[in-house]
Ligand binder design. Structure first.
Ligand code: COA
Length: 340
């Protein structure tokens, strides 16, 4: 039986730290409101919003270099790239091909995944299937975002822009038949597209043009079309319902219970959501990892950044049972349960 084992992991964020107080100079907000509602104290934004070098693919490149080093592999050993992001460098092509070029991989396949906050969970599920089917041996799975260039930092956007940060996380998922290696034990993925408008960015989408205009005519585009919009309360309510469902599904399909779990890493959407779920399952603090306080919500990057930090800090050890769960725009949600 072929196992899908995590051989390497790494994360990278831009150096520039933006505190809640920094944001309060741009819009009417304050540290107390942000901390109380979201748990976030600071996030990383690239220094210049219009920087054409510190792009999503670049952040992914830096995280991937670390993951390759830990796996003791080179870019030539990678058979396939799966790149999850909602903030790609180009409208098309996706960022996967840019990462392939930056790393100097062979002309391997590069797949982009567009499942927002659930992007990394979806990407890992796909990678697991490719490995279990023996199609590929070493897959680079990344989640990366540059949100800072596309947020509305005026009062109109404050409900959204205080939440998101930039960053990237990368995992090398490899085939193994070694007894001592870990494995992905179960995955699940879900969607409910009727709620697409509850958390989305509309522009440039084919639904939001008129026949007599081109896609890019700045004067005809409204703020509500170019910036992310979110029905925060609605998202919150659905998240706290779907998280427990997908977590139970992942555990049950692997024949495990919540007591078997060593670590739960929720998508870092909002500390209040994570705390709600933790309480519902009666999980002790040492079995839940959160770092939204330092990074904000980095969407597809949030789980691999958290996983990378948890491993780095020794919070996850060899053979530990780890559950990754996410919920977000789409709506989409899902989980990956693995033995490290
Ligand atoms: N600073 C200060 N006040 C703010 C603010 C900010 N950054 N953003 C919004 N407000 C104001 C609103 O204008 C509103 O004022 P009003 O009552 O005078 O109209 C008030 O605060 C309450 O806004 P509301 O949107 O109801 O707040 P909330 O308690 O629902 O918290 C979220 C907002 C976004 C933090 C919360 O809904 C949430 O966490 N939702 C989940 C979102 C999520 O996790 N998304 C990630 C995708 S997975």
């Amino acid at each position: 039986m072929i196992k899908s084992t995590i051989k390497g992991i790494g994360h990278y964020v831009p150096e520039n730290v933006v505190t809640n107080d920094d944001l309060s100079k741009l819009m009417t907000t304050n540290d107390e409101w942000i901390t109380e509602r979201t748990g976030i104290k600071e996030r990383h934004h690239r220094k210049n919003r219009n920087d054409s070098e510190e792009t999503t693919a670049f952040l992914a490149f830096k995280a991937s270099e670390k993951a390759l080093k830990m796996a003791n592999l080179t870019a030539k050993d990678i058979d396939y790239i799966i790149f999850a992001t909602l903030s790609p460098d180009y409208y098309f092509p996706g960022s996967g091909v840019l990462l392939q070029e930056m790393l100097g991989c062979d002309t391997i396949g590069a797949l982009d995944v567009r499942n927002q906050c659930s992007g990394f969970v979806y990407a890992m599920s796909v990678a697991n299937a490719f490995i279990k089917s023996k199609m590929y041996k070493n897959i680079l799975v990344v989640g990366a975002e540059v949100h800072s260039f596309g947020l509305d930092f005026s009062d109109a956007g404050r409900g959204v822009s205080v939440i998101f940060g930039d960053g990237a996380g990368a995992v090398i998922l490899s085939a193994s038949d070694k007894e001592e290696d870990g494995d992905i034990l179960s995955v699940n993925m879900h969607s409910e597209g009727k709620y697409a408008d509850e958390l989305c960015t509309k522009f440039p989408g084919s639904k939001f043009g008129w026949s007599d205009r081109m896609r890019l005519e700045p004067e005809s585009v409204t703020d509500a079309e170019i910036y992310p919009v979110m029905n925060g309360n609605f998202v919150f309510k659905h998240a706290v319902t779907r998280f427990p469902e997908t977590m139970n599904e992942a555990l049950e399909s692997a024949g495990k219970t919540i007591d078997d779990l060593d670590m739960f890493i929720p998508h870092q959407a909002n500390l209040r959501i994570a705390q709600f779920v933790q309480k519902k399952f009666n999980l002790p603090d040492e079995k839940v990892f959160n770092n939204i306080q330092k990074f904000g919500n980095t969407t597809a990057a949030s789980i691999p950044i958290a996983l990378s930090e948890a491993i780095e800090q020794g919070r996850i050890k060899k053979n530990d049972l780890v559950l990754l769960s996410a919920f977000g725009s789409g709506f989409t949600w899902g989980s990956v349960l693995f033995q490290y």
